[in-house]
Design a protein around this ligand. Structure first.
Ligand code: FES
Length: 129
């Protein structure tokens, strides 16, 4: 089931990995830009589900705007994690992008058609991209 979030993005509600916060909206909100500065809308896919993003924004921003949380589960305890620093320091935003594991989503820009997976457990040995 798809619903439109307060920020205007489509949000998938049917997958168990997508949890809405208790406030039902992310603490992050997209800024409203003047028409002349508005960006092209692109589609990415998270665990096979369509998510709408704005071209040029970071993948972490796109996922947060779409209320996709958590971003990963730790290898040792299996605890959920989500971005903390949004500047490439904490490594809590790691996701799999187009088959490449442990990608810092706060450091990559959204590209149309990106396939994003939520890591669960340790990186698969031998899968280096
Ligand atoms: S959010 Fe900290 S490294 Fe990406």
């Amino acid at each position: 089931m798809w619903v439109r979030s307060r920020t205007g993005f489509l949000v998938a509600l049917s997958l168990p990995i997508f949890k809405l916060s208790k406030r039902s909206v992310s603490m992050f909100r997209a800024m409203t830009l003047p028409v002349s500065e508005q960006r092209t809308v692109v589609e990415i896919f998270v665990e096979g589900r369509r998510v709408v993003a704005r071209e040029g924004e970071t993948l972490a921003a796109a996922l947060l705007n779409s209320d996709v949380v958590p971003f990963r589960y730790t290898p040792v305890s299996g605890k959920p994690r989500a971005p903390l620093c949004l500047m490439g320091v904490c490594f809590d935003c790691l996701v799999e992008v187009d088959g490449a594991q442990n990608v810092q989503s706060c450091m990559v820009r959204v590209e149309a058609g990106m396939q994003v997976k939520i890591p669960r457990g340790a990186r698969r040995a031998g899968d280096v991209k």
